[in-house]
Design a protein around this ligand. Structure first.
Ligand SMILES: Nc1ncnc2c1ncn2[C@@H]1O[C@H](COP(=O)(O)OP(=O)(O)OP(=O)(O)O)[C@@H](O)[C@H]1O
Ligand SMILES: [Mg+2]
Length: 300
């Protein structure tokens, strides 16, 4: 089973520090890197893949530097980049066969693997369609299929659910769960629900640093006693919404139920409630993640 060690990894772009002294030890399991735009997720993942060289620090796989391991390390990797490129005129099958050849997978095994991946990602019936006719969700699934062709021990997925609708997101989560045994899966997202149910460990990234790390229970415990619910009249709700970080608003008859994050009791009558990962995100990033914005937030 693989073990990845990041030893004081830093990346500078001119005078910008994109990743700042990150040390981690990753073993078997699903790791969800959660952070706002520009937090440094892609930069860190690209260094883990070996496509970007750190300014300082070292990445070790099973005790050896990934630079020294070179091809042996790449053979262990599957990578879905954030800006995954493809050939629009290829069919899905041909594209996967082509990439299998690039990864030096023997021909017979490649055929088998391509078929297996088409089934796993639900693209079997679309395998003869040209990629340019694919929806965003189908493209992401194709991206996951190519990353898995070599049965990688380390799977790195950068924003794998961007552009997916809720149904596709659930499908994606199920695929990841089915793959999670015996490998390291690293995925980055700014959508809490992507990692809430499947990650063994959550890593919150902000301004190039890991600011929280642990199981969902451990990470949510960090905001214990800071999440409140309050049933307010619409006018008070508006005022509270302007003053506090609100993670959810819900109309109930003529009143509004607010869920808000605050170090101290926001108003008399507010009750402390069990925190969720969404609340942790809001506490650290003071912005409502896309999930709440689109699915749960109700206008006043
Ligand atoms: N090639 C580059 N040259 C200069 N600056 C860069 C480069 N790549 C990234 N950066 C900067 O490094 C910081 C981290 O970027 P990165 O893409 O790693 O963030 P991210 O967490 O992946 O964001 P997003 O959620 O938008 O994908 C940003 O400020 C970005 O502008
Ligand atoms: Mg990114």
């Amino acid at each position: 089973m693989p073990e990845l060690k990041l030893d004081r990894i830093t990346k500078h772009f001119k005078n910008k520090i994109a990743v700042d002294n990150v040390s981690l030890c990753l073993k078997n399991g699903v790791y969800g890197f959660l952070g706002a735009n520009g937090a440094g997720k892609t930069t860190l993942l690209r260094m883990i893949c070996g496509v970007l060289k750190p300014t300082a620090g070292e990445i070790l796989c099973n005790g050896s530097s990934i630079t020294k391991l070179d091809g042996d390390y790449r053979y262990m990797l599957g990578y879905l980049p954030q800006d995954f490129g493809y050939y629009p005129d290829f069919t899905a099958r041909r594209y996967l066969e082509y990439l299998a050849a690039c990864k030096a997978i023997p021909r017979e095994l490649a055929k088998e693997k391509v078929q297996e991946m088409l089934c796993l990602t639900g693209l079997e019936s679309d395998q003869r369609s040209k990629i340019k006719t694919f929806s965003g969700g189908m493209l992401r699934r194709l991206g996951i299929a190519q990353a898995l062709l070599n049965d990688p021990e380390i799977l790195i997925l950068d924003e794998p659910t961007s552009g997916l609708d809720p149904k596709e997101r659930i499908r994606f989560r199920n695929i990841i769960s089915s793959l999670s045994k015996g490998r390291i899966i690293i995925l980055s997202t700014h959508i809490v629900s992507d990692v809430e149910f499947i990650a063994d460990e959550i890593l919150l990234m902000k301004q190039g640093r890991i600011i929280e790390q642990g199981s969902i229970q451990e990470v949510t415990a960090s905001v214990s006693g800071k999440v409140w619910e309050y049933l307010a009249d619409p006018e008070t709700a508006l005022r509270l919404n302007d003053t506090f970080a609100v993670s959810n608003l819900k109309n109930e008859d003529n009143q509004v139920r607010l869920r808000l994050v605050s170090d101290t009791c926001p108003c008399e009558g507010a009750l402390p409630v069990q925190p969720g990962l969404e609340d942790v995100y809001l506490y650290h990033f003071e912005e409502v993640s896309e999930h709440v914005e689109h699915l749960e937030r109700r206008t006043l």
